[in-house]
Design a binder for this molecule. Structure first.
Ligand SMILES: *[C@@H]1O[C@H](CO)[C@@H](O)[C@H](O)[C@H]1NC(C)=O
Ligand SMILES: *[C@@H]1O[C@H](CO)[C@@H](O)[C@H](O)[C@H]1NC(C)=O
Ligand SMILES: *[C@@H]1O[C@H](CO)[C@@H](O)[C@H](O)[C@H]1NC(C)=O
Ligand SMILES: *[C@@H]1O[C@H](CO)[C@@H](O)[C@H](O)[C@H]1NC(C)=O
Ligand SMILES: *[C@@H]1O[C@H](CO)[C@@H](O)[C@H](O)[C@H]1NC(C)=O
Length: 351
């Protein structure tokens, strides 16, 4: 129970600090010529796994040292030491990084042509503890730009990345701190609610005109450093629930693809669950990706009692996890190397 309380305390810290969740080379250089990839815009919805800078700089968290030390060398609002999933996906699709919603009025108008990110660290499909828009709200922001910033033909070759990495579940757990039975018996039906809402959100993004929509599965959360000290029995429960979420998500995505008339599937799951495990387990057998010797130890260990006492590892490149929740740039890079072929097959137009 002590470790459970520690876990919850860490989750609380992350919620309230973030207010909760160089160069990149996923694409081999031979593919770097600037031929048209067939996709021209990336729209991003979700949480800290994809947010490239929408949270307020006054929130600290991703806007504070040592976030961003690898890239761009100072905090950029990414919850990592450097590039994150959004950067790597954009690069695979050969689209320039989309602007954040926050900076859309401050950038040169030509930069809007690569799409936009509406993602905010700490958010979920439902309301969490943060003041930022939930996924419905993020899609509303997108919808308001249609017809003025983006026309229907602008969307005809667009992709959406939709991240739901677990903030709804953190919020649910925190709401049941005094009610372990409610937690135990309510979780399954809450997972069903979350996935149903994801289905509603994905359908809406497609209806608004986005051509291809990618949603990652939940990662194997029990192996995330924030949960590292939990007893094995509780980790087992966590993994069972992660699998339940992912099974339901699979069914929802199959249903969405079945109900649309698209010739090739509009909706695709990015299999983070198995890919994270593959990277954790890699002992050198996968060309081009590092062996992470201690994948479940975070580089940046946040001290809950005194943030100044937090410690930083010597080499973020040797760590898979940056902080107790988020992968490093090297971690994300490895994940996207493993996923590269499946992602390009699913998201790029057939030649
Ligand atoms: C999203 O946020 C709005 C504003 O807080 C809220 O009214 C709405 O119920 C939320 N939607 C969902 C699906 O939770
Ligand atoms: C796919 O759609 C058809 C027609 O709407 C329906 O009969 C069938 O049950 C659906 N299959 C799945 C797997 O949802
Ligand atoms: C990774 O290793 C774990 C523990 O040894 C094992 O249970 C799991 O099946 C492996 N997963 C993959 C994808 O290789
Ligand atoms: C700082 O961290 C060290 C090592 O983990 C610990 O022994 C010490 O009590 C911490 N100091 C404070 C002020 O939290
Ligand atoms: C890629 O797709 C194939 C076919 O669906 C699947 O068997 C394989 O596990 C996928 N690989 C990854 C890394 O997701």
């Amino acid at each position: 129970m002590n470790s459970l309380m520690k876990l919850l305390a860490s989750l609380l810290l992350i919620i309230f600090s973030s207010l909760l969740f160089g160069d990149i080379d996923v694409v081999e250089s031979s593919n770097q010529n600037h031929r048209f990839s067939g996709r021209n815009k990336l729209f991003v919805f979700g949480d800290s796994y994809v947010d490239t800078g929408n949270t307020k700089t006054t929130d600290k968290g991703a806007w504070e040292f040592p976030y961003g030390i690898t890239y761009p060398g100072k905090p950029s609002g990414r919850f990592s030491d450097g590039h994150i999933s959004t950067d790597f996906l954009a690069q695979l699709l050969r689209i320039k990084l989309p602007v954040t919603y926050k900076e859309k009025d401050d950038v040169d108008k030509t930069r809007l042509q690569y799409g936009m990110s509406f993602a905010y660290g700490g958010t979920g499909v439902f309301d969490t503890k943060v003041k930022y828009p939930n996924m419905t709200g993020q899609i509303n922001l997108f919808e308001k730009l249609l017809g003025n910033v983006y026309s229907p033909s602008d969307l005809s070759s667009s992709v959406a990345l939709v991240s739901v990495a677990g903030n709804d579940y953190i919020t649910f757990v925190l709401a049941h701190l005094d009610d372990p039975l409610g937690l135990l018996f309510g979780l399954k039906s809450f997972i069903e609610k979350v996935v149903n809402q994801i289905e509603v959100d994905l359908r809406r993004i497609r209806t608004l005109g986005v051509k291809k929509i990618a949603i990652p599965s939940l990662t194997p959360l029990a192996y995330t450093p924030v949960l590292a000290n939990l007893p094995e029995s509780i980790k087992g429960i966590v993994q069972d629930n992660v699998k339940y979420h992912n099974d339901l998500l699979q069914k929802s995505v199959a249903k969405l693809n079945n109900e649309s008339n698209d010739i090739d599937s509009a909706f695709t799951i990015i299999d983070y669950y198995n890919t994270f495990l593959t990277v954790f387990n890699n002992t050198g057998g996968i060309p081009g990706i590092l062996t992470f010797k201690t994948p479940f130890i975070a580089c940046y260990k946040i001290d809950l009692n005194d943030i100044k006492n937090s410690t930083l590892c010597d080499d973020p490149k040797s760590a898979f996890f940056w902080d107790p929740i988020h992968p490093t740039q090297e971690g994300w890079k490895s994940v996207y190397k493993v996923l590269r072929n499946n992602i390009t097959t699913a998201l790029l137009p057939k030649a």
